[in-house]
Design a protein around this ligand. Sequence first.
Ligand code: 13P
Ligand code: SF4
Length: 328
Amino acid sequence: MKKLERNAKMTVTEMQSRIIEEIQEWKKKRNAILLAHNYQLPEIQDIADVLGDSLSLARATVNTSADVIVFCGVHFMAETAAILNPEKTVLLPDLKAGCSLAVSITADELRAWKAEHPNAVVVAYVNTTAEVKAESDYCCTSSNAVDIVRSIPEDQEILFLPDMFLGSFVKNETGRENMHIWMGECHVHAGIAPDQVEGVLSQHPEAELLVHPECGCSTSGMYLMSEDVLPKNKTHILSTGNMLKHSKNSQAAEFIVATEVGIIHQMQKQNPKKQFIPANPKAVCSFMKMITLEKVLAALKENKHVIEVPAEIAEKAKLSIERMVSVG
Ligand code: 13P
Ligand code: SF4
């Protein structure tokens, strides 16, 4: 690709505007749609046709008439889009945009776990590879994990994977004893520790606390709520999409945000008079930040990187993903 040269007099904003103009032209030329996750860089969020959490983005892929889906997110998200839409071209602007949680269980490890529990059904978080989804019965995201588990008969043994904090949250919410949880974690969310949250909370005692269920602090958060250390009416364990909805609808003026910090751009944009404080300002997902305006433009111009899933894996994985898309 011919690189856009930045001449000496051009500011970064002017340069970005030129790239954005080109992206818009290429989107029209290719009948493309741009989907972005809530953790993307601000400039990517600002040009997205659809911005959202994993569930809303998966749904957006099936509700579009676009021929090309540019997925500004991470690999498993683009893979899920490709499985749901084999007739569309799904592009991931940087192939290295992976996910530490998705690689915490392989299909072989899952097969071995299933062999230990031959009567169990498998509920896999969407943050998994297509091969793992193909070995699973149900897929879920953070916004419908509780509903998916509730939809499974109570006496049915469940293997829940791969996130241990989300698993504990679901187990606690559903009161389910027959649920085994894989000990995987996301390095970004596991790094948001209970003492950090308590420290920020002591400086902002009036703030509401918004916690993603993947967080290292979510398990202790549930315990602290049950012990009345954290106020139940001011602590909310939510997916990124529901965090955005809640911060819009709440009357509170301050929020402590326990998730990847990229979401704060959107919260602040939607609620300019409210204050959003990260529980841990270092909670940055470097995979999500790999998608830049330059790479989005290159993806559209050069048709890269096309995400395809082998047909036999896609066919098996599709059933569990369709269950996910239909619930919640
Ligand atoms: P959400 O579905 O809540 O957006 O979460 C996706 C994710 O990767 C969290 O780390
Ligand atoms: Fe994966 Fe964690 Fe990044 Fe989400 S924040 S994409 S779970 S590494």
